[in-house]
Design a protein around this ligand. Structure first.
Ligand SMILES: Nc1ncnc2c1ncn2[C@@H]1O[C@H](COP(=O)(O)OP(=O)(O)OP(=O)(O)O)[C@@H](O)[C@H]1O
Ligand SMILES: [Mg+2]
Length: 356
């Protein structure tokens, strides 16, 4: 399947790769292609720089999808993931009552961690994906993953939430005060007294109130995390790897591909973005020799420039060879370094020409 086929047939495409390689840009292009195929497609971005909003000509995107008008047979929608409101909605959904939900949402500790909890953003991206998949009629959902410091945190995110809910301290705080558990509670309380001295009693009380407020909701959260995990390995979910031809990002992309493989997910396509052009077949050494014979002339300078370009192209090819083999038989597409940033629909179209 080439990239065009993916946008025509798959239900979910996840764009992943290291920071700044062009994930947001390619996610928008893939969603736009889906709309061109007559599908109702949505791109979900986590781009804090709001580049996608700019590129799509929308001042700001929000946590619910907005429709973008354009020359396509289907529909194109876009949304920007807001971690906090997604988490809030989740709490409201699994709370036993409105009271419980309000109690949690108003809790100071919750207000702090719902934004700061490590991996929350990754988890919320996957959560939103699941919600869109289950509760809306989009034919194609393209997810732009956050620039994670820890590669592929988002695959692990559902499991991480589950681990958090299984965490000993969480269990101790939640446990009924009886028998052995009571002894543990004494230990936990001693620990908490120490913690309170450091961070302040209010913070600890807030935390305890928070965990208690969560009572009875773990099961819902856990089941949900399991379903999100299953959705990621569904055959109609395609992971696309975005990389640039630089040595370091190629290494990272190779690492990503291996991690995905370990998680039982195969890369379905590789986009190499910002590739330098190759002008003809001449070797850089030969061009440099020629430049040498013309030294001091304009033509000599141009030959030097050409030699530099050929050398970059040759090195990029060398860097990419192993990665392409690694993801085989997935298709590999090169998108050249464009003259300017991609900041509007025309720019997206330009990338699309190369991608498809
Ligand atoms: N082929 C290209 N040629 C020139 N500029 C490009 C190309 N692709 C992307 N860009 C520009 O590079 C910048 C980074 O692209 P983008 O935001 O899509 O990367 P990203 O992987 O989403 O980054 P982050 O990891 O920070 O979210 C943007 O300003 C975009 O317009
Ligand atoms: Mg981005």
């Amino acid at each position: 399947m080439n990239f065009d086929d993916l946008t025509r047939t798959e239900r979910i495409i996840v764009c992943t790769g290291s920071g700044g390689v062009g994930k947001t840009t390619t996610a928008a292009v893939l969603a736009m292609r889906g709309a061109e195929h007559g599908r109702k497609s949505v791109v979900v971005t986590i781009d804090p720089a709001k580049r996608l909003a700019d590129a799509l000509g929308l001042r700001d995107l929000s946590n619910s999808p907005k429709r973008i008008d354009g020359p396509w047979a289907g529909e194109l929608w876009a949304m920007m993931l807001d971690t906090k409101s997604t988490f809030d909605a989740l709490v409201a959904k699994y709370a036993g009552s409105e009271e419980q939900s309000e109690g949690i949402l108003a809790n100071r500790f919750y207000r702090n961690i719902s934004e700061a909890l490590s991996g929350t953003q990754e988890y919320m991206a996957m959560e939103k994906l699941y919600e869109l998949h289950e509760e809306t009629d989009f034919d194609l959902i393209v997810v732009d993953t956050p620039p994670t410091r820890h590669a592929l945190d988002f695959i692990d995110a559902p499991r991480r939430l589950t681990r958090f809910l299984d965490h000993r301290l969480y269990r101790i705080l939640m446990a009924p005060t009886r028998g052995l558990v009571k002894a543990l509670n004494v230990a936990a309380q001693a620990f908490l007294r120490t913690v309170s001295r450091v961070v302040g009693g209010d913070a600890v009380n807030d935390a305890i109130a928070f965990f208690q407020a969560f009572e009875g909701m773990e099961q819902g959260f856990k089941e949900r995390a399991g379903k999100v995990g299953a959705l990621l390995s569904d055959p109609q979910t395609a992971f696309v790897l975005v990389a640039s031809p630089r040595r370091d990002t190629v290494d990272e992309a190779t690492f990503f591909a291996r991690k995905l493989h370990e998680a039982g997910i195969e890369v379905r396509g590789l986009i190499v973005n910002r590739v330098h052009p190759r002008f003809g077949e001449a070797l850089p050494e030969a061009l440099r020799e020629r430049a040498h014979t013309l030294v001091g002339t304009d033509l000599g300078d141009l030959y030097t420039c050409l030699a530099d370009f050929q050398q970059i192209a040759t090195e990029e090819d060398r860097h990419l060879r192993g990665l392409a083999e690694h993801v085989a038989p997935a298709p590999v597409v090169r998108v050249p370094f464009l003259r300017s940033d991609v900041h509007d629909l025309d720019g997206l179209e330009l990338v699309a020409e190369h991608l498809f």
